[in-house]
Ligand binder design. Sequence first.
Ligand code: NAP
Length: 526
Amino acid sequence: MALATLPEFRNEPYADFSQPAVRQAAAGALRQVRSEFGREYLLRIGGEWIATGDPLVSVNPSNPREAVGIHHRATPELANHAVEAAHAYFPQWSRTPAAERVRLLLEAARILRARKMEFDAWLVLEAGKSWPEAEADVSEGIDFCEYYAREMLRLAGPQRVHQLPGEHDEMIYIPLGVGVVIPPWNFPAAILIGMAVASLVAGNTAIVKPSSETPTIAAKFAEVLLEAGFPEGCFTLLTGSGSTVGDVLVEHPKTRFISFTGSRDVGLRINELAARHRPGQIWIKRVIAEMGGKDAIVVDADADLDKAVDGVLASAFGYQGQKCSACSRAIVDAQVYDPFLEKLAAKTKNIKVGASEDFGNYMGPVISETARKTILGYIETGKREGRLIAGGEAAGGEAPPSGGGYFIPPTIVADVEPCARIFQEEIFGPVLAVTKARDFEHALGLANDSQYGLTGAVFSNDADHLRQAQERFHVGNLYFNRKCTGAMVGAHPFGGFNMSGTDSKAGGPDYLLLFLQAKSVAAKVG
Ligand code: NAP
């Protein structure tokens, strides 16, 4: 397709998993992916495949006896080598015309689209996503490719500057250098793809260090980039432990920027290490850090309670609450607190938990045994800090299925005070705290009582209250009368305030600028 005729961006449509034909295709993809289980994947540095012999085994969290992929753990020496190799290739890649980089990216989007069901199956089996959650994640990855391709064309074109008499004045955007891309496991397609392709299409060389929980999905995306024709050397796949290679990548004097999404503590560490000048370093490193959340939904006295309950449940328990945007605090006006809780507890009992590949299960496992233990610890804390009304050991709660998967039932703790740990700390699992507010003003105060500021929602029919929320609910992504998860590329540029990160707004018109620097050129004429 000629770039000049590129159609306007539109979000990738979702497959409907209630359709028998779609389910059949999904079953076929599961068989194909399972037939590849246990395969070995190598590191790719400077166009070379490299083995270290130190295995990193990823498992299916619904059934950890199944080894999904066997990867090699990078060493600190290889991390150094990766930065040197990416630095050596940067002059060549940065001089590749933007139109060519965009063409390659659109080709990657085409391949991903063709392999979408297969990618969905990898996400179901390696990340424990339900089919619709996996489909949304992979679709978002395709959206990032399509959106940033168009954005790069815009930024490569003429930029508006004032023309001085007797001069020709221009401003052009040029790439930065070597980028270290460190994604989390919870959007193993969308976030990894988004951060990697933003770096690449802007003309930077990228070292991708995927999460140790989901390295196979990263290796599959590396296949896509190579098949699309991205040249050897512009992209490095460096699997291995963040605690072993992370500091080396961040501290290397030839690293120009770090694009990180993950927990608050790791983000802060990266920010601190990157700020220190190293011998031989000739720039101030740029850090794009997107971190945790403790997202709240406010339910106003005049809200449609059924819609509010559905919005809170989808936001709190979709993908087992393992989204940075997940609702982990429901703040409910005292006038509707009791009926809201009643409806919420009743609907929660209908949520089915079990293996992700089973279409009937709304919730699958949490990502790992470590995560399961941490979340169960918070549930114990929650029982002391409030009143358990669903999950945990609540009477009438569905017993979680066993079979070795890392399952946790949807859990709700009511009557939680703002000083409680489960009100303040990110849990990253299916645990919702519910708190009573005296009135709307109090509810807004409670919603803002957090070190984080990522997403939030308000269910209300009062226009004045919604206006107040727009002004004062301090989050990067605010939603009215809908869930607080499910940001769409292009429509809802995504990123948070305060300890949620640098508000980099992925999927928005400002994002690619973070991967570029502007150069002003003024030529005397006549
Ligand atoms: P994490 O533990 O911080 O890990 C994120 C990435 O950092 C992984 O690739 C990890 O590698 C790597 N890492 C670990 N230690 C490192 C170090 N010292 N230096 C450099 N890299 C290091 O987070 P996670 O558990 O994967 O993800 C969940 C967190 O991400 C939650 O807090 C969630 O809110 C946040 N999140 C935020 C957003 C957003 O847009 N704001 C989106 C999604 C998720 P290993 O896996 O090898 O340890």
